[in-house]
Design a protein around this ligand. Sequence first.
Ligand code: HEM
Length: 304
Amino acid sequence: MHSATSLDPAAFVDALNAVFGPQNGNRASHAKGLFLEGDFEANGRAAAITRAPHLETARRSRVLARFSVGGGNPRASDKARSVRGLALRFDFGEGSTDLVMMSAPVFFIRHPAHFVDYFEARRPDAATGLVDPERIAAFNASHPDTRPHIEHLASVAPPASYATSPYFAIHAFRFIDKGDQTVHARWHMEPLAGRKSLDETGLSTLPDDFLAEELATRLSMGPVEFELWLQIAEDGDALDDPTVTWPMDRAQLNVGRLRLTAFVHPSQDVMFNPMALVDGIEASNDPVLRARLAAYRVSRERRT
Ligand code: HEM
């Protein structure tokens, strides 16, 4: 039915399933998660680089959000040294757009062709159920582009709350203003509660499923809030490589505030789409960004 190349979207999902087990109704990646609703209020500053309607001054969008723990294990520990996810759907009345982010500022492969190999190196042995650290080390040694992501996970302890992690869309996107001028920029969300990681006590005493309850307690006291930022590229910055960050001194635009107010329980059919964009925002040529949608569709088909 489909050719078994490493860019086959079904092969991406097969590689995830081989590590984490079959889907059984869950997402092939970021299987553990919960949905919230809220709103996003734009402050209009994004007009400097884009005509996107949901970023116009005082525009308020309804938002569906899903926080998640990275990987395809629906029972993963909330204390795991893996990424956390934040997927958002902005409904601004005459349309909608999605933003699908993770807590690391860089992705673990530069090219989608390496996605399958990355997980293949992490596949547990069929007989012993154990992963082979030597296979992982060999993959990492032959793929130096994977190092920034691994170093990030090693250097930052897991977040103490879904509400105390930053989230990065990682890829560059093209932003087009009313005069058709184009720049590249990268999105990230910054938590108003500040960045806070688990300390040693939290790591040793908290249960594996603490994040949902932590969020419920927090929501009972008020909304969970984030500020949305755009970092603007300058000449020479890598526009199509999700494994490198841009220099810290690049201009940053604060474009609005996200407020999440309550848990919701939409159908599990909901699929966030990193390519669901609007007039004023286009995908860059990042091959990883361009490979995602087809894989998400395979995962959605298999889980519904
Ligand atoms: C070639 C690269 C990638 C592949 C093959 C891939 C694959 C997948 C798949 C199959 C799913 C499940 C989709 C569903 O069933 O709805 C998923 C979910 C997710 N991915 Fe990726 N992904 C890639 C890159 C990324 C990147 C770069 C990010 C962050 C910037 C990311 C963040 C997420 C998040 C947050 C979710 C959960 C979405 C939700 O809550 O519904 N992924 N990914």
